[in-house]
Design a protein around this ligand. Structure first.
Ligand code: NDP
Length: 452
């Protein structure tokens, strides 16, 4: 069946030159789907695979804006509307200088399967810009967001496409974009998620991705009769996902010892407790400073990024659990070896595609508890789905209600992934499980809706 994977990958490479992250995401899914294709030739006959790797629509646009010095800046904006078979397109917006078409297509592709896994009716999409919010004033960020939305607004809507946040897009950016959308459309609707509480946001949405990834780890541990209590955890990143991952680890009796940003990482052997985490939140969300300040304040080691190193030393500490929560491919081959060598046997991916393909194979071969991103970090988009439901109902659920729904969704994603992995002869392989469970629902909807 590897001929199936080779055939599809050759097509993907030919049609999408220079998009390595997209190839990586497709390859991983295709390897899992080769098991499905064997049992269900109808999917091949109806060209479901060829259709699912082709975005329904790609929008690319100019985003001009004026900076504080009065100079004109030009960025590029994108929205990938990947698949709407089971609901409106849904997925985040990323503002980061590395953003390009290939990265957003990998993210949009992953999102299709992830959203299907959540059990909620959401299609998949992703978007963003090569705009770098770092070092920009609030005024500049607002001007950029307004210009970005001045084009995007005509392509999105509460029943069409509902973007959310991702790297570089948090509450501040969602606010500026929502304001502009509302002005242009003269409509107050749930067109974006991650909104503020007083204007349509949901409780627990900021926490959801991090909490969800820890809930997923807890489900994996439970299959071995274990809990998170007393476990040492490596966490990367220090943004939205990392912060709430640490919060939930603390609540469940674990100990988080690392955090990072793109300049370096801190190692706090005593654990990043609630008080230290409050400092990180203020540092990152209000002052928008660097994680190095943590090391200065709490007198712990700080290691700056060394571009000449062939591995990330953050992943080279003794621990039981790892929660990569920064960005794609942050765990390379050597990092995977280091994690295994140091005794890590739980990896729950808060970031999207944080592990290179060979690293994933190493985790699977080692038989550790490995929760791939599209399952482990689906709590964020699931809670965005709950925000959409509350917007439609014009009601707000309590913190406890939303958290309980999130927790149940993470349990059901874990269960569906375990069951699909078993049904297709690879018990314990949650990569196959998540890919297959996510795919089948979308594929069946596409079959039912004809060639569109
Ligand atoms: P934030 O922008 O809040 O934080 C990102 C963190 O990762 C920052 O600490 C940032 O450091 C670091 N980082 C980003 N890019 C790099 C890089 N190239 N190298 C090293 N460090 C980097 O983003 P989120 O926390 O929202 O997102 C983190 C990950 O989680 C992403 O992969 C995202 O796709 C994924 N995710 C997010 C969801 C959400 O709900 N927000 C949902 C599902 C997945 P610095 O400040 O220096 O750039």
């Amino acid at each position: 069946m590897s001929s199936f994977v080779d055939e599809i990958m050759a097509q993907v490479r030919e049609k999408n030159p220079d998009q390595p992250e997209f190839y990586q995401a497709v390859q991983e899914v295709m390897e899992s789907l080769s098991l499905v294709i064997e049992k269900h030739p109808e999917y091949r006959k109806m060209k479901i695979i060829e259709r699912i790797i082709e975005p329904e629509r790609v929008i690319m646009f100019r985003v001009p804006w004026v900076d504080d010095k009065g100079e004109i800046q030009i960025n590029r904006g994108y929205r990938i509307e990947m698949n709407s078979a089971i609901g409106p397109y849904k997925g985040g917006l990323r503002f980061h200088p590395t953003v390009n078409l290939g990265i957003l297509k990998f993210l949009a592709f992953e999102q299709v399967f992830k959203n299907s896994l959540t059990t909620l009716p959401m299609g998949g999409g992703k978007g963003g810009s090569d705009f770098n919010p770092k070092g920009k004033s609030d005024n500049e960020v607002m001007h950029f967001c307004q210009s970005f939305m001045s084009e995007l607004f005509r392509h999105i809507g509460p029943n069409t496409d509902v973007p959310a946040g991702d790297i570089g897009v948090g509450g501040r950016e969602i606010g500026f974009m929502f304001g502009q959308y509302k002005k242009l459309r003269n409509e107050f609707t749930g067109v974006l998620t991650g909104k503020g509480l007083s204007w349509g946001g949901s409780l627990i949405r900021p926490e959801a991705t991090g909490y969800g990834s820890v809930y997923f780890a807890v489900e994996m541990l439970a299959t071995r009769g274990e809990s998170l209590k007393g476990k040492t955890c490596l966490v990367s990143g220090s943004g939205n996902v990392a912060q709430y991952t640490v919060e939930k680890i603390n609540q469940l009796g674990g100990k988080a010892v690392t955090l990072s940003d793109s300049s370096g990482y801190i190692y706090d052997e005593a654990g990043i407790d609630a008080e230290k985490l409050a400092f990180v939140m203020e540092l990152k969300n209000v002052r928008r400073g660097r994680i190095k300040e943590y090391a200065e304040k709490y007198n712990v080691p700080y290691t700056p990024v060394d571009p000449n190193l062939d591995h990330n030393p953050l992943w080279d500490h003794k621990a039981e659990c790892a929660f990569p929560s920064a960005t794609q491919n942050e765990i390379n081959n050597k990092d995977a070896d280091n994690l295994l060598k140091n005794g890590v046997y739980v990896v729950s991916e808060g970031a999207n595609m944080p592990t290179v393909l060979e690293g994933v194979k190493k985790f699977l071969d080692a038989g550790i508890l490995y929760g791939p991103a599209k399952a482990a970090n689906a709590g964020g988009v699931a809670t965005s789905g709950l925000e959409m439901s509350q917007n439609s109902l014009r009601l707000s659920w309590t913190r406890e209600e939303v958290d309980e729904k999130l927790h149940n969704i993470m349990k059901s994603i874990h269960k569906a992934s375990v069951e699909a992995a078993e049904a297709y002869g690879t018990p314990g392989n949650l990569v196959n499980g998540a890919n297959i469970a996510g795919f089948v629902k979308v594929a069946d909807a596409m079959m039912a809706q004809g060639v569109v």
